[in-house]
Design a protein around this ligand. Structure first.
Ligand SMILES: Cc1cc2nc3c(=O)[nH]c(=O)nc-3n(C[C@H](O)[C@H](O)[C@H](O)COP(=O)(O)OP(=O)(O)OC[C@H]3O[C@@H](n4cnc5c(N)ncnc54)[C@H](O)[C@@H]3O)c2cc1C
Length: 397
């Protein structure tokens, strides 16, 4: 049982390197127990100690090229790292504190100049820089082409004005990966043209940050940011002007795969805890786990998590082999988010009233696992993608 409730995933080929990743990450995460994360959550305090331990372990650069200090491993290994972290007491909060490091700098690796790679990647890998991801805007939502943050060129500089919302870790970030319009939409042939990607200093004289009060994952802040006359040097633009949206698309599949892996990790933790509790809790003179109404939902969740996990590793292996994986990466994120959510919901209900108490932690997992069904892309958008791209149905929006 223990193997499928939090050890090496059954659907992934075992190699000594992968086993070492799981072992090392489990050992690291064990230093940060439920009480640590409850306190961080309660105090809305960033888990600096955990982040430093992840950096020290060399995990921030797992997918980054070795010539810039990374480990040069694939999305499969990165997903294994994230699943192992999510399976620990830190759950989604722990993952979100450094998750962007694993896929965020991807456009820099693929489209950056040699000078940019040398300048940008090593400090990220070492944890000296923390980056926030500035894409979503209040008036655009999932329709990224409608963003209104503008970067207006003046000589070899850009002047940026606009606002972003839901910017994760903007309280700590030293850098901002920013998508801004460089050509007004009405002058573009395609709506997705005319946006550019910048990797720039998080200049707090020009960027105001306001934390958003939210349901869960409170150790990792989410923010509204207001950008006023931010000067960005041309040398901080990644790739060609106007092609930023396409560059961003490259990192979306890895992001979906990692999130899928995280959802499975949390779901398995909640399920293991629910099973333990169901064995121990005696009501009507027998363990509650003897009742089929308790057993069956948990058994169903085990199957759903296993099935979704297979899709995660399928998508990861396709990505690492350089093959198209859009359908699988989206499906993995969708299935894993639903399976993880159901597992956490059932874990709370298995605990009865105690599930509602913070002491048992399952309510924290449930609040956190609601997020991957909404962000970074919603369930609806994934269904639209599968309908259109896989089934050949007309675009619906
Ligand atoms: C905690 C948190 C952290 C985040 N971190 C970041 C971050 O670091 N950086 C960043 O850039 N963004 C971040 N986001 C933003 C996240 O990516 C967006 O919230 C997400 O993309 C959804 O956008 P929206 O909230 O504006 O929803 P909307 O676009 O307003 O959509 C609302 C609802 O309508 C549905 N909908 C909209 N259009 C259609 C359609 N055509 N067909 C069917 N359904 C539709 C959606 O599926 C959704 O259910 C974060 C969000 C959260 C909650």
């Amino acid at each position: 049982m223990s193997q499928t409730l939090g050890h090496f995933p059954a659907g992934l080929e075992e190699t000594s390197e992968r086993l070492e990743i799981v072992e090392a990450v489990r050992t690291l995460c064990a230093r940060f127990d439920d009480e640590y994360w409850r306190k961080k959550e309660r105090e809305h305090a960033f888990p600096h100690e955990f982040h430093a331990a992840i950096a020290e372990g060399g995990w921030l650069g797992i997918t980054m090229p070795t010539e810039y200090g990374g480990a040069g491993l694939g999305v499969t290994e990165a997903a294994l790292l994230m699943q192992t972290v999510a399976n620990s007491a830190g759950a989604i909060s722990a993952c979100s504190s450094f998750h962007i490091n694993l896929f965020g700098p991807h456009p820099v690796v693929v489209y950056g100049t040699e000078e940019q790679k040398q300048r940008i990647i090593p400090p990220l890998v070492e944890g000296r820089d923390k980056v926030a991801f500035g894409v979503t805007e209040p008036d655009a939502g999932l329709d990224t082409a409608s963003i209104s943050t503008r970067a207006v060129r003046e000589g070899d500089k850009y002047i940026v004005n606009g606002r972003k919302v839901w910017t994760t870790t903007a309280q700590q970030a030293t850098k901002l990966l920013l998508l801004a319009r460089t050509t007004p939409i009405e002058k573009c042939q395609k709506r997705t043209d005319g946006m550019s990607l910048f990797y720039t200093d998080f200049n707090r004289d020009r960027i105001e940050v306001r934390e958003i009060d939210k349901l869960g994952r409170n150790a990792v802040n989410s923010n509204a940011i207001f950008i006023e006359d931010l000067v960005v040097d041309e040398s901080d633009r990644i790739g060609e002007e106007g092609k930023g949206f396409r560059m961003l698309l490259d990192s979306l599949n890895p992001e979906r795969i990692l999130i899928g892996a995280e959802c499975i990790g949390v779901g398995r933790r909640a399920l293991a805890q629910a099973s333990r509790y169901a064995n121990e809790r005696i009501v009507f003179n027998r363990p509650i786990g003897q009742n089929q109404s308790i057993q069956h939902p948990l058994a169903q969740s085990w199957m759903a998590l296993e099935a979704a996990d297979l899709m995660v590793w399928k998508a990861a292996s396709l990505y690492d082999a350089g093959k198209p994986c859009g359908a699988q990466a989206n499906a993995a994120k969708f299935l894993a988010a639903d399976a993880g959510f159901d597992a956490c919901d059932r874990a709370v209900r298995t605990h009865g009233g105690f599930g509602y108490s913070k002491e048992y932690n399952v309510e924290r997992y449930l609040r956190e696992i609601m997020l991957p069904r909404i962000a970074p892309v919603s369930r609806e958008m994934i269904m639209c993608y599968i309908a259109e791209r896989v089934l050949g149905l007309p675009k619906s929006y």
